[in-house]
Design a protein around this ligand. Sequence first.
Ligand SMILES: [Zn+2]
Length: 207
Amino acid sequence: MNDDIIGKLTEIFVRFPGIGPKQARRFVYFLLSQTSGSLQNFAKLIAELKTDINQCELCTRFFILGNKRVPICDLCLDPNRDNSQLMIIEKDIDLNNIRKLGVYNGQYAVLGGLIPILEKNPENRIRQDALVRNIEKRQADHNLKEIIIALSVTREGDNTVEYLKSLLQPYEEKGVKISILGRGLSSGTEIEYTDSDTIKNALLNRH
Ligand SMILES: [Zn+2]
């Protein structure tokens, strides 16, 4: 455990995705090179993150609250979106990438993670309760026809697809089509880093 401020900040940056101790320390020294004013602005923005941004009760994505304090995000409430389709994705970045393609106009469910191989408590690795709640609500309200699983084609992604297939089986039996995007993508494909044409093709050719 580090007691000094450089050590404490380094420990925080090490927890960021993809950041090792060396990079974390470089971030701290970069901050030291900034003016007090820009650091105060940075700290203010971080402090505001949780008060200005809410997590949607339905799809669990993060959204900017603005003036209205609402529990459901603008996407879930958008009457122009196709409520017969629901796409399951891992994280907010993936959702934004798919949104930008402009070929999918359905609804979303953000899992918030993937399930590692041999995980004993898979339900704790993903936002399973929220996903089931989301599906149940859309089924009751809008006659849900298709659930599209759009996860990265990695070991964890494939493992999560297998888990979701059994979780979603009761809905499949009720006539909801379950499509998997990964079948059109080559192994190692991560939604976050894949170019738009590849994702677009995989989405249009899903089965
Ligand atoms: Zn939402």
